[in-house]
Ligand binder design. Structure first.
Ligand SMILES: Nc1ncnc2c1ncn2[C@@H]1O[C@H](COP(=O)(O)OP(=O)(O)OP(=O)(O)O)[C@@H](O)[C@H]1O
Length: 285
């Protein structure tokens, strides 16, 4: 059974593609690391899965609408004057609504705070927490969301070791419960130690499969080489659409049959078949 299915998915901003032609499935219950250089499209892919960024082409399907998503820390406003308990309680909005009485759910909220090591912090304004404590509070909110699909964008960047270890234990617990977890990560040691599968992204899929098979020096070198060749102004990726208004011959040389610039080294033979992918991941079942 698949938790997420990508069908020729291209995502981007203002019609500039950031993730190109992704095909494959994330199996239900997978614990998948999303790895790639800066600007590889990891955040964009997570946003595409939750629907914050729309598809320029292709589609992404999830088996559930109940998705818990933790954005990068930089995208979260901590100046909002709410308590740790209130923040965690936002995880209950989906089933109970934003104005439900917290009283009835207080034991559940306190349990979630205890699970992340924040017992006694319930009345603290979130603006007074350390970075690690704030991340713990956000994980309490994730616990309360009780989603089958959990997406985490760099959950450990700038987070102390002790908190990271505690939160990794929670993630392993979610995996043990059969939930599907996809996390964008930069620390490859962490990925090797805790994540059984990995998707290496460099705007397009480079490799997808078991972490041991995928995180090899040649794959990582390839992802890096592609990232160094990125053209931030790469044009429209859309079937039958030609980008640019310049000389047609020059334009044709820089585009494939999709009318899509490939000066990032992108070629379709690889795009549709990640070089080290697992059968069953890269190929839709
Ligand atoms: N809101 C936006 N508007 C326009 N372009 C964007 C936006 N967000 C991201 N991009 C561009 O999309 C591309 C992919 O960015 P993305 O943040 O998905 O990469 P990433 O792999 O998560 O990078 P990092 O590891 O640095 O967080 C980059 O070229 C980036 O500049």
């Amino acid at each position: 059974m698949s938790a997420i299915r990508f069908r020729g998915l291209t995502l981007g901003y203002d019609r500039h593609p950031a993730v190109h032609h992704l095909d494959g499935t994330v199996a239900s219950g997978d614990l998948l690391a999303l790895v790639g250089p800066n600007g590889a499209g990891k955040s964009t892919l997570l946003k595409g899965i939750v629907g914050e960024v729309g598809a320029l082409d292709g589609a992404v399907e999830t088996g559930t609408k109940a998705i818990a998503y933790l954005p990068q820390a930089a995208e979260i406003d901590r100046s909002f004057p709410v308590s740790v308990l209130d923040l965690a309680a936002m995880g209950l909005w989906r089933p109970f609504g934003a104005w439900a009485s917290l009283k009835r759910h207080r034991p559940r909220l306190l349990d979630a705070l205890a699970a992340v090591g924040l017992s006694g912090f319930e009345d603290r304004p979130i603006g007074t927490l350390s970075g690690g404590q704030f991340q713990r509070a956000l994980f309490a909110r994730l616990i309360l969301q009780d989603a089958r699909l959990i997406l985490l964008d760099e959950p450990f960047t700038g987070i102390d070791e002790r908190t990271t270890a505690d939160l990794l234990a929670l993630i392993r617990g979610w995996h043990g419960e059969g939930r599907t977890v996809v996390a964008a990560l930069h620390d490859l040691h962490q990925v090797r130690a805790h994540f059984p599968s990995t998707l290496v992204l460099a705007r397009r899929p480079i490799a997808w499969g078991s972490t041991a098979e995928v995180l090899t020096p040649p794959v990582l070198a390839r992802a890096l080489a592609l990232s160094e060749a990125w053209d931030e102004a790469a044009a429209i990726c859309r079937h039958g659409t030609r980008a640019g208004t310049g000389d047609e011959a020059a334009s044709a040389a820089a585009h494939d049959h999709h009318g899509h610039r490939h000066d990032d080294g992108h070629d379709h033979a690889h795009a549709h078949s990640p070089s080290h992918g697992h059968a069953g991941h890269g190929a839709a079942p």
